[in-house]
Design a protein around this ligand. Structure first.
Ligand code: ADP
Length: 218
């Protein structure tokens, strides 16, 4: 069965989700209580609806519980975001993803049953900081508050070494899970694989260990 998505709140974050889903050919209903915002998405979303989603009767009349996944992208109005999430879960929506403005907001969202809580500004800030602190870090994905995956571009310090030479497992407690080389991707690379300049190492581990490794090769 095809997935059915709803995005509530058409600010920069919600709006970009709607645009991207549309570009991917996925049906999406877009909701906002601001008429101008809804008009902006009239030709992009499958349906664009003006509605205040803190009103349970309105959500019911939209048949919201028939959708697989609702994304709550209400920004500054934390009260509206919490109330909307609560009503969606009460109405039986299977999966609700809500954007949190801060840690307190996130705590409440988790408590009331949001399935996923996202922090786009915080996460993007962290990714950019890692990229700034070490020019070789290309990307950064947080797995939990302690563990992450980073993409590191091999420069002078790493080239010519085998994975065994680096022994990041013993030296840093890290694991190289894959190496991207041009269009090729070596998953679970052989320990005798010689690292070439420009290879991208995908490394998983504890944030403290990743930081030590990033500093070493910066
Ligand atoms: P961003 O930081 O992603 O740009 P904004 O705070 O600008 O987010 O956008 C949030 C959107 O959510 C706004 O377009 C606003 O009109 C909408 N919104 C706020 N409260 C409600 C509500 N109760 N029902 C529906 N949409 C809402």
């Amino acid at each position: 069965m095809e997935k059915e998505f709803v995005v509530i709140g058409l600010g920069r974050f919600g709006g970009s989700i709607v645009r991207e889903l549309n570009a991917l050919g996925v049906d999406v209903m877009a909701i906002d209580n601001d008429e101008a915002r809804v008009n902006e998405y009239a030709d992009i979303a499958t349906h664009a609806v003006i509605a205040d989603t803190t009103d349970e009767a309105v959500l019911k009349s939209l048949g919201i519980r028939n959708f697989d996944h609702v994304i709550v992208a209400i920004g500054d109005n934390i009260q509206a975001s919490i109330l909307t999430t609560l009503i969606l879960k009460d109405l039986g929506v299977k999966t609700v993803t809500t954007k949190a403005q801060n840690d307190y907001h996130a705590k409440v969202l988790n408590k009331i049953g949001a399935d996923t809580v996202v922090h786009p500004e915080r996460d993007m800030g962290r990714r950019i900081a890692h990229n700034l602190a070490s020019a070789s870090v290309l990307d950064y994905l947080e797995l939990s508050d302690q563990y992450s995956i980073v993409e590191i571009r091999a420069g002078e310090t790493l080239q010519g070494n085998t994975i065994l030479d680096l022994d990041v497992r013993a030296n840093y407690g890290l694991n190289i899970i894959a190496v991207k080389r041009g269009k090729e991707i070596l998953v679970s690379p052989d320990p005798y694989e010689v690292i070439e300049r420009g290879d991208i190492l995908i490394v998983i581990g504890h944030d403290n260990d990743l930081n030590r490794f990033e500093k070493k090769i910066a």
